[in-house]
Ligand binder design. Sequence first.
Ligand code: DUC
Ligand code: ZN
Ligand code: ZN
Length: 482
Amino acid sequence: MSEPAYDLVIRGGTVATACDVMEADLGIRGEEVVAIGRQLGPGRREIDAGGRLVLPGGVDPHCHVEQLSANGLLNADTWESATTAAAFGGTTTIISFAAQHVGMRLRDVVADYHRRAERGAVVDYSFHMILADPTEETLKEDVPELVATGHASLKVFMTYDRLRVDDEKLLDVLWAARQNRAFVCVHAENHGMISWMGKRFLERGLLAPKYHPASHPRVSEAEAFDRLGAAARMLDQPVMVFHVSTKEGAAAIRRMRGEGIKIFAETCPQYLFMTAADLDKPGLDGAKWMCSPPVREREDQEAIWRALELGDLQVISSDHAPYRLDETGKFSAGPNPTFKQIANGMPGVELRLPVLFDAMVSKGRLGLQRFVELTSTAPARIYNLPGKGSIAVGHDADLAIWNPDREVTIADGTTHDLSGYTPYAGRTVRGWPETVISRGRVLVEDGALKAEPGSGRFLAREAGEAARPLGRPSAEVALLLD
Ligand code: DUC
Ligand code: ZN
Ligand code: ZN
């Protein structure tokens, strides 16, 4: 008897990528897909995917994991818990943040983050480097060295007291990115407007979580997008705008892309499925839905769906940022915090794909291929993760096998991150990732995790096409180059 041609055959499923849907078997050898066809020969192991959809594993390029956040707290998750949650939700690659705070040496932050990830990760991962202290040493020594070793995206905040960079420092970071060929991701909100509003709410005794959305005035988003876009245009440095929440923000992105600025943008499920009314709950319960930028209104949801449809926004990430509802997390300032003292963020890495599958595939909004594109293919392409985000011969065998008919009612205690709650509790979704595979290894099957902590792999990234400048910066800045 000859050896089976494949280590694993996934047989009889409907295989879908961002551009094709086909009835096909997949043959996997080692870590790769080596055959896509009908009636493939036997594998050492076979999975019957009849009646199910075989999709590329999700790529979630915006997850806060074991990271020191804006308020100085560590997120609730470890690398092991966050990536386990990712795997259960059908996501096989995440990009998380090595976060420099003021006074920290960036290269030490990145080295420490590697140690944490190596110990725990069960899915593959890459890093963005948060620059909160873009000193000469950071920009001239650490950034070149770290970009050269596969950390080709920088992230900056335009708000948050501890993390934000001012306009001049923003230019420093964009310039360093241009000189070193790195991409730049930005949390863009107008800090002064948010701070001014927050103080006035507190003065008037308006302290509850429900005041959080109004304390981030709508204009604070579009204003920061425009300021960022102007800086990106001046230096000719491509940027990614994180978590678009308002219709004005989406319109600003559309306009700037129309003007020829190389600006990409993402949104997250919370901006598609939740509104400010979700924060209007008795006591502090609204804290579960507090994130920044805040969730907005129905018309914003519609505008963001439209922007996704038109391609103005290219990616849907989770912005997974888990905090427990206790003194270690959301209520670290005590039992009666003001909304300004409550950590911002919600868990999302696990349910990003199920809630989107339900809306996009089961209910039909934009459809299966756009679902794959927005949650897997586009993030893999924009962040330059070769071998991820699609199903093709020679690609990593990163796959999620979805039962499109399975209905699940989401409840607290059913997800695998360590926040202890889910903002989607009570919702029923149709479609569920039942078997999840990373580089040919079965990660999740029959509701159980099969992978060892530390089995995920770091994905060193160079900057890809998205990060390539268009040509020359503004005439004034060009003088610096001549
Ligand atoms: N906003 C959040 O809601 N969480 C993490 C960080 C951020 O900017
Ligand atoms: Zn952010
Ligand atoms: Zn974030």
